[in-house]
Structures are given as structure tokens and as C-alpha cells.
Design a protein around this ligand. Structure first.
Ligand code: ZN
Ligand code: ZN
Length: 355
């Protein structure tokens, strides 16, 4: 009898589990052996036994949680096959943040791809998404509604630069998540020719330094010194979204508040976040890219982990692709999935929540 996808990957309390390999993928609870797609706190948690991830993801985890974030770690080289128990795994770029990878799990000619979070849009801070043909494609659906179509990022960045040119006396405070989004905004500003220092809130410093060590050129990025805040006329300052509405941001000269997120596509959300200058910059696939990616993988079956699952499952049905929502709890807190939550710490998951 041939192997079925359900034999390769099942859903457990801790998350997706591969019984033939004896490992979990992005578990939300501590497990003996974890394969991690990327460094966002909802996917990469501390306290596992063995962790297999790309070198960049391992280094991101060490910066966030300390060097002892797991018992033993193993680096997955992109494109290389690794044998674990009765399966072969291979990591492929996901285009989401530095180090992000999809994980292809294969046995007896059946291949399942866990994509983690991914995007197809341009991002100078990480490798582009690679289409991995598979039988079952496991996808997120953060922006899984037809209304979500993300604009070109260059246009969004020029809105910010136009505002800086128009209001040279005002500081521009941009809320962006500390892993990925912040560095992408910096890199896009540099590509647009902005060569002045980009000031950072202290919470962004360590990860930004890591990006630079990994070879991503971000230019001069001094940390904001508290006593200097009132003098930063015309400066661009990046901070965690939670700092936008607090007293910290009000100490700058006549600040223009901005927020870089895919959710800025929704006007009401922008108002709610207090963003005068919303920048629609998403690290997740928009609707056309979710649909295109599913088609390109050639998968006959799609599992949707989190986000706007129903619409994507329905769309798969119209394409003759079997699909089911996994309703996975504990994902979607990497910042973009829920703009109300500023996530610096992994969210707590209770017994009831996963029952
Ligand atoms: Zn993520
Ligand atoms: Zn996520």
C-alpha cells in the first residue's frame, strides 16, 4: 500500500508532526526534535531538544533567546537533502525574512512542503521564494482574501521620502516589526537613494546588527539617544509598532507617525494604529500570489495553517484542488498577522487553547 500524505505529516497538540522522522515542524510547545522554518516568535520558540534550521534562523534564535535556546542545533544548508529516520528533508528559500525556508519532507515518492510564512514580492534582505513541486502544499493565508493586493514597495517607500522632503522640520517615526520588516524598510530606503542615518529604537538594534553581519547592507543606523530625540528634525526613525502611540514617539519634533505593514491596506486599521502615513509593505503573500504559488507547486492537495483560511480553501475547490483548513493555534503573531499585538515575546499557549 502506498504512503499517504497523512502518514507523512499529522497534526498534534504541539503542531505538525512527522511520525516517520520523529520531528515536529514549527512546534508551539517544546519538543524533542524541531525543524524551524524561520525566526519569528510564533514559529521559532525556545526550549526544544534538537533544532534543525538554516544557519541564519539559528543565529536569529540565538539573538532572541540566548545561545542556550535549545540542547543541540544542526544547520540545514539550503537545497541539501538530509535524512531523518525514514524521510528525507530539504530546506528551500521562502522569501519571508532573513533565513526563512520552506521544508520539503519526502518518503516513498510522496512530498509534502511546509512553507511556513512566505512571500513572492521583492525583498533585498533575503533569498527569493523557490517553487518546490509537491503533492501536498501547506500554506499560510494571512492575506487570503481577494481584496488583498499589495502595491509595489518602491512606491510605498517614495511616499515616505516625499513626506520627509515636504516636512523637513518633522521627524518621521515608522513602526515596523523588529525581525524582517524593519530591515526590509531600511534596505528599500537605501535602494531609493536615501543615504542619511536611519535612527533605531533600542529594540531593533540587535537584529539589525545581525542582518549587517549576514551581509545585508543597511548603511548607518545609530540608536536613538534619549536626550537627542527633540533634535532629530527631518530624521527617519524606526521603532516597534507599540512605540508609535507611546510617549517615546512624542518626544520627537512634530512627529509624522507611519506604520509599515500589509494591514495598512485596510484604511480602518491604519487609523486604529495611529498611522498618519500608512505604508503598505507586507512580508506575506497577497491573494494573487497565494493562488499563483499553489498553482505553481502543482499540489493536488493544500492544507491551510492559519489566517483567512476559508476563502483560500474555497478557491482551491474551484480549481479542483483538495484543501482543508488546519485552524492551527499559536501562529500569526509574528506581527503582521495581528496588528493589535506587538510581539516581542512568544505568545503563551494554554492547554485549553490547543484542546
Ligand atoms: Zn513569519
Ligand atoms: Zn507566522
Amino acid at each position: 500500500m502506498s504512503l499517504r500524505a497523512g502518514d507523512l505529516l499529522t497534526q498534534t497538540r504541539e503542531g505538525l508532526y512527522c511520525p516517520l522522522g520523529g520531528f515536529h515542524v514549527d512546534p508551539t510547545w517544546p519538543v524533542p526534535r524541531a525543524l524551524i522554518t524561520h525566526g519569528h516568535a510564533d514559529h521559532a520558540r525556545s526550549g526544544h531538544g534538537k533544532v534543525l534550521a538554516t544557519g541564519q534562523t539559528l543565529r536569529i534564535m540565538a539573538v532572541r533567546y540566548g545561545e542556550d535556546f535549545c540542547e543541540t542545533r544542526q544547520e540545514a544548508v539550503l537545497g541539501e537533502e538530509i535524512r531523518i529516520g525514514d524521510v528525507t528533508v530539504r530546506f528551500a528559500p521562502a522569501g519571508h525574512v532573513l533565513g526563512s525556508a520552506q521544508i520539503a519532507i519526502q518518503a516513498q515518492g510522496v512530498r509534502v512542503v511546509v512553507s511556513g510564512d512566505y512571500k513572492r514580492a521583492y525583498d533585498p534582505t533575503c533569498l527569493p521564494f523557490e517553487v518546490v513541486p509537491c503533492d501536498v502544499f501547506i500554506t499560510e493565508a494571512t492575506f487570503g482574501l481577494p481584496v488583498f493586493r499589495m502595491p509595489d514597495t518602491a512606491g510605498e517607500v517614495s511616499k515616505l521620502l516625499d513626506s520627509v522632503a515636504l516636512f523637513p522640520e518633522r521627524a518621521h517615526i515608522v513602526g515596523a516589526y523588529a525581525l524582517g520588516k524593519a530591515q526590509r524598510v531600511m534596505a528599500l530606503l537605501r535602494e531609493a537613494g536615501y543615504d542619511r542615518p536611519i535612527y533605531l529604537h533600542g529594540a531593533m538594534e540587535k537584529l539589525t546588527e545581525l542582518y549587517k553581519r549576514e551581509g545585508i547592507p543597511l548603511g548607518e543606523t545609530p540608536k536613538v539617544v534619549a536626550t537627542e530625540r527633540s533634535k532629530l528634525h527631518g530624521a527617519i526613525v524606526l521603532c516597534p509598532p507599540s512605540a508609535i502611540q507611546d510617549v517615546w514617539s512624542r518626544k520627537f519634533p512634530d512627529p509624522v507617525t507611519s506604520f509599515a505593514s500589509g494591514w495598512m491596506r485596510v484604511r480602518a486599521r491604519a487609523r486604529q494604529k495611529g498611522a498618519e502615513l500608512p505604508l503598505v509593505i507586507s512580508d506575506h503573500s497577497d491573494w494573487p500570489d497565494l493562488c499563483r504559488t499553489i498553482r505553481e507547486t502543482g499540489a493536488g492537495e493544500v492544507w491551510v495553517t492559519h489566517g483567512q483560511e476559508d476563502a483560500l480553501v474555497h478557491w482551491c475547490g474551484t480549481q479542483g484542488i483538495a484543501a482543508k483548513p488546519l485552524h492551527m493555534l499559536g501562529y500569526g503573531d509574528d506581527g503582521e498577522a495581528e496588528p493589535a499585538a506587538a510581539v516581542e515575546e512568544p505568545p503563551a499557549v494554554s492547554d485549553e487553547a490547543v484542546a
